[in-house]
Design a binder for this molecule. Sequence first.
Ligand SMILES: Cc1cc2nc3c(=O)[nH]c(=O)nc-3n(C[C@H](O)[C@H](O)[C@H](O)COP(=O)(O)OP(=O)(O)OC[C@H]3O[C@@H](n4cnc5c(N)ncnc54)[C@H](O)[C@@H]3O)c2cc1C
Length: 297
Amino acid sequence: MAVIDRVLAPESPLTRRFFFLAKRFVAGETIASALQAVEALNAAGLTATLDYLGEDVADRALAQRTRDVYLELLQAIRRDGARTNVSVKLSALGLLIDEELAVSHVRSIVAQAQRAPDPFVRIDMEGSALTDATLRVFERVYAEHRSVGPVLQAYLRRTPGDVDRAIALGARVRLCKGAYNEPPQIAYRDMPTIRREYLRLAEALLSRGNYPGIATHDERLITAVKTYAADQNIGADRFEFQMLYGVRPSRQRSLVAEGYRVRVYVPFGTHWAGYFYRRILERKENALFALSSLVRR
Ligand SMILES: Cc1cc2nc3c(=O)[nH]c(=O)nc-3n(C[C@H](O)[C@H](O)[C@H](O)COP(=O)(O)OP(=O)(O)OC[C@H]3O[C@@H](n4cnc5c(N)ncnc54)[C@H](O)[C@@H]3O)c2cc1C
C-alpha cells in the first residue's frame, strides 16, 4: 500500500497517466465528472452516493479542503437536481488530528446537505482503529440531525451490538462485509462465516431497522435478502441494495428492472490510488478488468 500510494500520489506525474486503469471504478477527478456519472446512473433508474476520495489526512488545511469540496459538491447537486446523496470518510475530515475537528466538519456538511434534494449524509466505516471514534462522531451529529447514518461491517465480531444500538436509535445503516485487513481477534476472516453474519445482521435490519442499505455484490446474499424480504412481507421500498461504481453494473440495472431500489457508490477525486488498490485486491474480476485495460492500451 505504501509503495502504490507513493507511486500514485495525487501530485505524482504518474497518477494522471495511470488513471485509465482506475476509470471503471472512479468517476473522474472533478465534481463535474462525478455529476456526469450520476446523471447516467439516474437515467438508468439508479440513485447514487458521491464520495470525494481521500483518507488518513494529517493536516488541518487538507481536512478543511475536503469539507469545502463537499460543500461545493452539495451546491452543485442542488443546482443539477441530481438524485444522489454523499458519503464521507472521517479520517479525511480530520478525525486523526482531533475528534472535535471531524465533528465540526461533519456538522457543516450535514447542515449544507439539508438544502440538497436528498439531505442524507453517510459516514463510511474505516479500519477498526477508528470504529469507536466514528460511531461517537455519528451519534453526536445524529443527536442534532436524523439525516446521517453509519456503515457497519459484518466481519467485525462487535457488530451485532452496534446493529442493535443503531436499531434502537432508528438510524439508517449501510451494512457491508468490511474492506480492511483486520486481525482474527476482532474480525471473522473466512467467507462462509462473514456471509452467515452478514445475513443475520441484514435480517435484523430489515425486520427492525430503518431503511437499511444492503451493500454487497455477492449474489448469494442478494438472493437471500430478496427471499427474506419476500417471506417477511418487507416491501422493496423499505430497503435498498447498494453497489460500487463499475462493479457488476449489469446486475445493478437488472435489480432495478426487478423492482428493487439500487444506490451506486460513486467515488471521485485525485486521491484514487488507495481505493483502487482495495478493489483490485478484493476480487480477481476487478484485477482482470484493470489488467485488460492495460493490454488494450
Ligand atoms: C456501496 C458500498 C459501500 C461500501 N462502504 C464500505 C465502508 O464504508 N467500509 C468498508 O469497510 N467497506 C465498504 N464497502 C466494501 C465492502 O466492505 C466489501 O469489501 C466489498 O463490497 C466486497 O464484498 P462483496 O460482498 O461486495 O463481494 P465479495 O465478497 O468481493 O464477492 C462475493 C461474490 O460477489 C460476486 N462479485 C463480487 N464482485 C464481483 C465482480 N466485480 N464481478 C462479478 N461478480 C462479483 C461474486 O459472486 C463473488 O463470489 C462498501 C461496499 C459497497 C458495495
